[in-house]
Design a protein around this ligand. Structure first.
Ligand SMILES: [Zn+2]
Length: 284
């Protein structure tokens, strides 16, 4: 037993040395804020969705991005909705742009799409406060180091009702954002299992090889076709190399029980450490 304890201490302390505790705490505080009851589940078109948008905007500005709100409207179930994507850009005056995205809306009070019924706040800690936290952390990590690519970070709204935000963004792409060399999307990265599985799906074979070579996560190619069902869909269709990252669907998916106490913080940090390393090696 003592030998086992010692072994566990050694392996966890090796990871601890490589963990970035400020990143860990930053991502934790982002998830805790976005998934708090005060944001009432960040329902599409709600005041709280706007509050989340302001928070993402402030975070990107603080990291050094030029931030734009991209407002759009759409009709769902005969109702008119107004919403906004948050776009952060660093123009390094290069021909290629790295795009990192995550949707920030969720189910609000569960009136649509809930699998546990309406009338209760659906905090969406995993879906997708976790993805936003990872996106904002990597945005901050890359801003000073990446010189040979422009950086484009987008928080998508109105995902849950039918990928409206990402669709609008892809249809109204500003010319200075192209050519997009890779579109990475995070959707639900907070529920890593004990075996440390992270799931990915990639449109490009070379990307598969790269992502399999990281160290802290057992990267597994997703068995579900997610690229074409998530916000990656529009870039995939226009031939942009696309990558989606997730820790997968779980029993609390789209239920009010998708809450902060079930988030695997160590798991998010493992993905963060792996991806940061991979991105800095590939896109510096
Ligand atoms: Zn969802």
């Amino acid at each position: 037993m003592r030998a086992l304890t010692f072994f566990l201490f050694i392996t966890s302390s090796v990871f601890a040395q490589e963990m970035d505790s400020s990143a860990y705490l930053n991502m934790k505080s982002i998830v805790e804020y976005l998934a708090s009851d005060s944001l009432k589940g960040r329902g599409t078109g709600s005041v709280e969705e706007q509050t989340a948008a302001e928070y993402i905007s402030a975070s990107l500005k603080k990291s050094g991005y030029k931030v734009k709100k991209q407002k759009f409207s759409f009709v769902y179930d005969s109702l008119n909705y107004k919403s906004q994507n948050i776009i952060g850009f660093v123009n390094n005056r290069k021909d290629s742009t790295l795009l990192i995205t995550a949707h920030y809306d969720h189910l609000g009070m569960g009136d649509y799409m809930s699998l546990s019924g309406p009338g209760v706040i659906h905090n969406g800690a995993d879906d997708n406060a976790s993805g936003v936290a990872l996106m904002l952390q990597l945005a901050d990590d890359l801003v000073d180091s990446v010189q040979n690519y422009n950086l484009l970070i987008v928080g998508y709204a109105a995902h849950e009702l039918g990928l409206f935000g990402s669709h609008y963004f892809s249809e109204n792409l500003c010319p200075k954002y192209t050519e997009i060399v890779l579109a990475i999307n995070f959707d639900m990265v907070g529920r890593m299992d004990k075996e440390r599985h992270g799931y990915f799906q990639s449109s490009d074979v070379n990307l598969n090889a790269l992502i399999s070579n990281t160290e802290r996560v057992k990267w597994t190619k997703s068995v579900k076709e997610r690229l074409s069902k998530l916000d990656s869909k529009w870039f995939l269709e226009s031939g942009v190399p696309s990558l989606t990252i997730s820790t997968g669907i779980h029993l609390d998916y789209h239920k009010y029980s998708d809450d902060v106490q079930y988030i695997n913080w160590d798991g998010i940090e493992r993905i963060h450490v792996d991806l940061k390393k991979w991105l800095l090696n590939s896109f510096r």
